[in-house]
Design a protein around this ligand. Sequence first.
Ligand code: BTN
Length: 305
Amino acid sequence: MQPFIALLTRLNETWQSLGGLAESLERPPAEVAAWAHRLKEEGYPLELGPEGYRLAPGTPTPRALKPLLRGTFGQLYRYEGALGSTQDAMRTWAEEGAGEGALLLAERQEAGRGRQGRVWTSRAGAGLTFSLLLRPRLPLAQLSLLPLAAGVALVEACGVGGLKWPNDLLAPDGRKLAGVLLEAKLGAEGVRYAVLGVGLNVYPPVPEGAAAVAEYASRSRVELLADLLDRLEARYHQLYHEPEGVLEAYRAHSLTLGREVKVTTQQGGLQGQAVGLGPDGALLLKVGGQIRAIGAGDVQLVGQL
Ligand code: BTN
């Protein structure tokens, strides 16, 4: 453990003086002040005021998250400052034997990635960027619904907006609030583990008149994280015993179904009417009187939301 992390473990949302912190850490105040500077550089939301130091309210430290957890997801938790991508760090942890539900959250990613090879950028200390480890024992048919189940958990936890297929959370004004990246490690027996990455912009500039977005944005990050983990766990378990229920919930939150859309796939672009979902979560597109099932691609909604 780097020495400056000792300071992180002492901090919470209450202001503490530099003198008091130095005394409890048994270090000179100048050294503790340098640690504080380092924590800020790493992306931790440390605040400095006339009364000393504190962590921004709602910071998802392990001490703040643990009492809010209702299930098993997040019980095993690593809270990091800056790293490359939480997906890669989680993959390493998974290879070391971390169990299902292990959570790794970073305040800043230097190489965050999104779907379709895109870069994912986020503001340090503002959103939620994390990866969750799953070790599914689901048949392939249910497994392919996992991205949709994650989308349902996301929209229900945020309580605002809707889902653009497969799992982009869009605000009522069409702005993207969150995205999900699912990466799986395959073995001879099927999926060895899956890493579910979530990037969420918790504090977007609130569009005028969008009360629901304002409410969403004002919630504490740690509370939102706990709620999201709880919903992810519930929807994930639902895939085992009632996958149709996940699809039903997804349809209710979809912004894509019933719309004219343009879809970009690796095979090229298509435009048509999004008419439904296949049992595997594929997007069913009606193009020139024919139904095409799209397994993976990027959707653009045609016209206004
Ligand atoms: C997308 O909409 O393209 C998916 C974005 C997923 C971003 C998250 S942030 C945490 C995790 N680590 C990454 O590098 N990516 C995912």
